[in-house]
Design a protein around this ligand. Structure first.
Ligand SMILES: [Zn+2]
Ligand SMILES: [Zn+2]
Length: 260
């Protein structure tokens, strides 16, 4: 299996180790068609991208593409900030971006105090201290994901369920309905094999992404290869491997609304 377009890579603009050009060079060495630079969203005080740096990042992407011949898209891994599905990418950011990912991350600026209590604290109690998640928490987390997909033109939901226990089937159904791709991360295992099986049955489309925070991991497929031995994925529905290039929801949204 080979990734053609690795839609999830980090650089020094958040807490990745490589520069944009170094990520692109690594992608070229590995024979990838392209990568997206998707640093963490603006509402992460420590690791988030800064809006004032976006124009510079765009220039670096264009330069890296010219130098390497590898497609270099500028994206963002936005943060889901609460139950209403708010993410930290605003419509005014759209024209500067090619790709919008979204995921749940810790220690960001949450939408409300209630969101801080659930999305951060209750999930941490479950994740770190193995306190059983209540049905209420699972329902809340599921709503965060589903509303994010409904209300924003998100290309890919990243590592669904990682540190945020949810009903992955409901989340996948929303992705299938709205044309958001469901990520198979090769950085971390985020669902059980049984959950993956049920997610496949929703008909959702997938991408395999490295979530590389260092250049050596660009295009890495190892964890997905292991998963595919245990769970029978329909390969034609994994839209960025083995010659396929995905149609991106955000690109279509921008075209439809005349955003350059
Ligand atoms: Zn992430
Ligand atoms: Zn990431």
């Amino acid at each position: 299996m080979k990734i053609n377009l690795d839609l999830h890579t980090h650089t020094v603009y958040s807490h990745g180790k490589g520069t944009i050009e170094e990520n692109a060079v690594s992608a070229k060495e590995k024979g990838l068609y392209g990568i997206a630079i998707t640093d963490h969203g603006f509402s992460h005080p420590a690791f988030g991208m800064r809006r004032k740096k976006v124009a510079k990042m765009r220039r670096e992407c264009d330069l890296a593409e010219q130098k390497t011949g590898v497609k270099v898209l500028l994206g963002i891994e936005s943060n889901i900030r609460g139950r209403d599905g708010t993410i930290d990418v605003k419509p005014s950011d759209y024209e500067n971006l090619d790709v919008v990912l979204a995921g749940v991350h810790k220690f960001i600026f949450y939408k409300t105090v209630g969101d801080f209590g659930k999305l951060l604290l209750k999930n941490m109690l479950h994740d770190k201290f193995k306190i059983k998640a209540s049905d209420k928490l699972i329902k809340y987390n599921t709503e965060c994901y589903v509303n994010a997909v409904k209300n924003n033109p998100i290309d890919v939901l990243t590592h669904v369920g990682f540190g945020c226990v949810c009903d992955a089937v409901e989340v996948a159904k929303a992705c299938a309905d709205y044309g958001t791709l469901f990520e198979i991360s090769t950085k971390k295992t985020h669902l059980t094999d049984e959950e993956w099986q049920k997610v496949i049955e929703t008909g959702v489309n997938f991408v395999v992404d490295s979530d590389a925070h260092s250049v050596d991991r660009i295009g890495d497929t190892a964890l997905a290869c292991e998963l595919f031995k245990r769970v029978n994925f329909p390969i034609d529905r994994i839209k960025n491997i083995d010659g396929q290039i995905p149609t991106l929801r955000f690109t279509e949204f921008k075209q439809k609304h005349g955003i350059k």
